[in-house]
Unconditional design. Structure first.
Length: 160
């Protein structure tokens, strides 16, 4: 279980910190999705990396257990809204960081037109003005499932 006082990082930093093309790409993504800092981007990239690593491992195995795990992985990604029906492990390998960032609450609130800017969407969420399925969510990185998308609403805010 580990020491409860030793909290591990949920992300990995880039191996080469000063690559100009990577820095420009990260800056563009941060601005487009209204992320607070690059740590949020790295966390999302680590989640995607874990899915892809698991898919590569399952592609190489041909056992009954691998087929079960493949079904579980694909059903999880379908529930998350990242894959459609009849998806394969190759579709998991073609996922990008942007696919995951599009499912964040902050992005969904902005895309639904509940906020004028992506930054305003983040502010509404942090200040407790956004409800998902009737309960207050104050985490901009909350991963919105497709069935929850219709139940997102603003409370106590007038958007002009």
């Amino acid at each position: 279980m580990g020491d409860p006082r030793r909290i591990k990082k949920k992300y990995e930093t880039p191996r080469h910190p000063w690559q100009l093309d990577r820095l420009e790409e990260e800056k563009k993504i941060l601005k487009e999705y209204g992320l607070k800092n690059k740590r949020e981007l790295w966390k999302t990239a680590s989640i995607l990396r874990r899915f892809r690593r698991n898919a590569r491992r399952l592609l190489s195995l041909r056992t009954e257990q691998a087929r079960k795990e493949e079904k579980q992985l694909l059903s999880k990604l379908k529930r998350m809204g990242l894959l459609g029906e009849n998806a394969t492990l190759d579709d998991v390998l073609s996922l990008t960081v942007e696919d995951l960032l599009k499912r964040r609450l902050q992005t969904v609130v902005y895309k639904k037109g509940l906020a004028r800017t992506i930054r305003q969407a983040r502010q509404f969420i942090v200040h407790g003005h956004v409800r998902v399925g009737g309960r207050k969510v104050t985490v901009p990185s909350y991963f919105v499932k497709p069935e929850e998308e219709e139940s997102i609403s603003l409370v106590g805010v007038k958007v002009m």
